[in-house]
Design a protein around this ligand. Structure first.
Ligand code: GLC
Length: 549
């Protein structure tokens, strides 16, 4: 199967649509809106985990890989979803959280009960001395990455929350369990798999981090990760030629990504990397916010696009997901140019080489939550950060600003279907507040306006299906040193595409050798003109096409 013409839509199920009035989204809520997604034109829906979980990390703390959490519905609901998706030629992508399980998982409970078979499913180590963990690694959600278990006088590793215990992938039984879980969902008709933080599964020893950083050099892209992925591929998803896989990779290097997603690697089809979403981190610290560094952003896109294509490896293309603040608030101008900047960001990412992902609400211009009190936040990472940043001496005001800019809850507010009280997400107070701007930003408004962001996304998806150059063309950076414009060319032997995006609210100009024989495929201003001495208005963006023969 070729996945090069495919586009994925991501649903955070808890926040998409609540059909049973408990304030939480569910599977029936998704079914109710499949016509909307069909209209948009997407091929896959990636669902964040819907399996049984205590929900300490939004379902990424899995307590049972084979059962759906009742908050989302039953297996019958899932089967109905699967049938309804199939009718609309939409495939389902599931989220496999294989680096860790919830401590509520039966395996961990058996381990705690002293069963050596299951204890070896996890990573238990002796402390350095009484009360001192085995090493100085830090959890990605703050605090030490180890938790003490008195009964064993040992500590278990948790790179994330204390209720997310890392699995021991050196144990072949663990690896076999993972294959079986994938095959279980394949049998239920799931064709796509997203692998959560999959490049952390192989640990490179357990020494102290000499730089007193967080230990990531010991577990990122570890020594056996490629071997484990090849094995998983051979025994599970690789048996499905129609499937699509993507690895979520934390701080992965380009060379490793080439191996994860190279056409001949027999690992994954594609990779999510996050380097481009750290350009507004001051000194690489998530909670130290700065304006985004445009030069770095461009540099990263150009390096990764050209680097991966050279080795036939494939990136996921995205600005948004459930872990990121909303791109419109972050890289666009939600106040003065919401439509122009929203369309520009969409065009810039969708015309690149790779597989585009749209995160629910992105296609209608949803923005950050702008929560101004701590009690509005729900996410474990944000709540931990609040405490830690205050302890580190940041002022309360700055902490709140940091959360407003970078909290994952920005992405998790309910989908805005219309302007009614709870935006028609639910008829009940939702688990997290609806953004008050749903009175203006919502699906209904978008569908009624032919010039809306929704129809721009719809067109971008249709263009990808229509033009081979968008699917497969070579990526060539243009105007590399321009301080405001991100531009590139895509090229095959027969076709050429030029993509020009002004990333700022100020006008600018450029010169490129453009002739009359280009067509405008899509733009975000009505009266775009083509000229070698180009002039761009605020956030202006367009795509030019030319057939060579
Ligand atoms: C991934 C998920 C994130 C989760 C983490 C731990 O980064 O996207 O939401 O918190 O893994 O599973």
């Amino acid at each position: 199967m070729s996945f090069k013409d495919k586009v994925v839509y991501q649903i955070y199920p808890k926040s998409f649509c609540d059909a049973n009035g408990d304030g939480l989204g569910d599977i029936q809520g998704v079914i109710a809106h499949l016509d909307y997604l069909e209209k948009l034109g997407i091929d896959y829906i990636w669902f964040n985990p819907m399996t049984v979980s205590p929900g300490n990390d939004g379902g990424y703390d899995v307590a049972d890989y084979r059962a759906l959490d009742p908050i989302y519905g039953t297996m019958e609901d899932f089967e109905e979803l699967s049938r309804e998706c199939a009718k609309r030629h939409i495939s389902i992508m599931f989220d496999m959280v294989f680096n860790h399980t919830s401590t509520h998982h039966e395996w961990f409970q058996q381990a705690l009960a002293g069963d050596p078979y299951y204890k070896d499913y996890y990573i238990f180590k002796k402390g350095k001395s009484p009360g001192i963990p085995p090493n100085n690694w830090q959890s990605k959600f703050g605090g030490p990455a180890w938790e003490y278990v008195e009964a064993f006088d040992e500590w278990y590793l948790h790179l994330f929350d204390v209720t997310q215990a890392d699995l021991n992938w050196t144990n072949p039984h663990v690896r076999k369990e993972m294959q079986d879980i994938i095959n279980f969902w394949r049998d239920k008709g799931v064709h796509g798999f997203r692998f959560d933080v999959i490049n952390l599964i192989s640990k490179r020893g357990f020494d102290d981090d000499p730089n007193n950083f967080d230990g990531r050099q010991f577990y990122t892209d570890g020594p056996h990760v490629h071997e484990y992925l090849k094995e998983l591929n051979t025994h599970s998803f690789g048996l499905d030629e129609e499937g699509l896989t993507v690895g979520e990779l934390s701080a992965a290097t380009i060379n490793n990504c080439i191996e994860y997603s190279g056409e001949d690697s027999h690992e994954l089809n594609s990779v999510f990397t996050f380097h481009h979403l750290k350009v507004d981190y001051k000194d690489k610290k998530k909670w130290h916010v700065q304006d985004f560094d445009f030069a770095e952003l461009k540099e990263l896109f150009n390096t990764w696009q050209t680097g991966l294509q050279k080795h036939k490896a494939w990136p996921a293309l995205f600005w948004n997901c459930h872990d990121q603040p909303r791109s419109l608030s972050r890289f666009g101008d939600e106040k003065n140019y919401p439509l122009e900047s929203g369309k520009m960001l969409a065009t810039a990412i969708h015309m690149m080489r790779g597989i585009p992902y749209i995160y629910m609400g992105e296609e209608i211009g949803m923005t950050n939550a702008h929560f101004n009190q701590l009690s509005d936040y729900r996410d474990v990472e944000s709540l931990n950060a609040y405490k830690i940043l205050l302890e580190e001496g940041m002022s309360e005001e700055d902490v709140m600003k940091a959360l407003q800019a970078h909290s994952r809850d920005n992405a998790r507010t309910p989908m805005q279907w219309d302007d009614t009280k709870y935006a028609s997400f639910s008829d009940h107070q939702p688990w997290i507040n609806v953004n008050p701007n749903h009175d203006q930003i919502n699906v209904k408004e978008n569908l009624e306006d032919p010039n809306s962001l929704f129809y721009h996304y719809q067109k971008l998806i249709a263009l990808r299906k229509q033009y081979q150059v968008i699917q497969e063309g070579r990526y060539v950076p243009l105007l590399e040193d321009h301080p405001q414009i991100f531009a590139y060319k895509r090229e095959t032997d027969q076709e050429e595409l030029i993509v020009i995006n002004n990333f700022y609210g100020q006008e600018t100009s450029f010169s490129l050798p453009l002739s009359d024989d280009y067509d405008i495929l899509i733009s975000n201003y009505k009266d775009t003109t083509i000229s070698s001495e180009g002039h761009l208005r605020p956030y202006e963006s367009y795509v030019l096409y030319h057939r060579k023969d």
